[in-house]
Write a protein of this length. Sequence first.
Length: 428
Amino acid sequence: MTERIAPAARLRGTLRLPGDKSISHRYAILGALAEGETRIRNYATGADCRSTLQCLRALGTPVETEGDEVVIQGRGLRGLRPSAEALDAGNSGSTMRLLAGVLAGQPFLTRLTGDASLTHRPMDRIVRPLRLMGAHVAAREERFPPLEIRGGPLRAIEYELPVASAQVKSCVLLAGLYAEGRTAVIEPVRTRDHTEVALRQFGADVEIVGRRISVTGWPRLEGRHLEVPGDLSSAAFFIAAALILPESELVIEEVGLNPTRSALLDFLCSMGARIRILNLREQAGELVGDIQVRSSPLRGGVIEKAMTAALIDEIPVLAVLGALSEEGLTVRDAAELRVKESDRIATVAENLRRLGASIETSVDGFYVPGRQKLRGAALASFGDHRIAMAFSIAALAAEGDSLLEGAEAAAVSLPEFFRLLGGLTHSA
């Protein structure tokens, strides 16, 4: 699908977004492992989170949709059943990595696969710890999907992550539910903690001391009624549009503001963004609030070290802001971008250059000079939802119309993206 995007004069209005992808995955998986019914309101609408539900159904878990709720009938830690077919995670690395941890503890063989993009994303970071715990895991070339996991009794381990990754941490902690004793993960830097929060909500014994997180095996998890806050990563694109289009004012309601995710807002404020948080409160262990954004002149900045890990998903749209800022944007320590749904260093650079902007790339980052003018162009999503959305925002600030090829990629995380964006923008 090709989307024509015209320049916009401003962005105004109030917005409420579908549920956070990361939290939705975790609530669904833990609901399947819990005893009794779990009801999840505002479950994420993207294809990735639908993949998780479909995999759970294939494993014998009753999953239904009732109005705006997903209803899961949990059967307990021992309640999953072998699937007759390979589980298809689609484009979702979260689905594959999190379910791999659960499947490592099951007394049967499971094959996990995905689409053409996912089967070229490395999984050796989860293969290694799962093998240490006693699971038999086979991967193509020892690192790529499809994965074959023959689970069984697991042993608790203490695992130090070689690279900061919330998904790898979550995989090990979920496998730890099936191990005798305490399984611990030590992080090099703090990553998003939705798994720890959700485990506690369902009744698991989680202990956090500094950067060491541990869970006790074989807990009794109980079904819950939960509401997923709006997705901050999806909000990032609308926030960016409001910042760069003159005379814009936007309020995004009911957004998840977990401190391990809100580094985005801290960084934008350091660039000079006019952002306020309203109605802050706690909901099932997660912070939730409304975000008010007004158009702002941006200084630019540097993303490196721990900040890179905290902002890894938002870097494509931040690159767009960097080109329109005063001082530009430098990104370092971001080699992880090379193995996302696309090589995001290469695809960010390609689209910026098509828009007439300059960028200098390196193995693990890039530098985008500031004070650049963007020209309407033929852009590509490269099958990557965050690239599709980031450069839709860039197109709003360009001179002349742009055409975005592969715009349907946005549906992986936010099928409503173009409809919501169109309802907020005002023509130049």
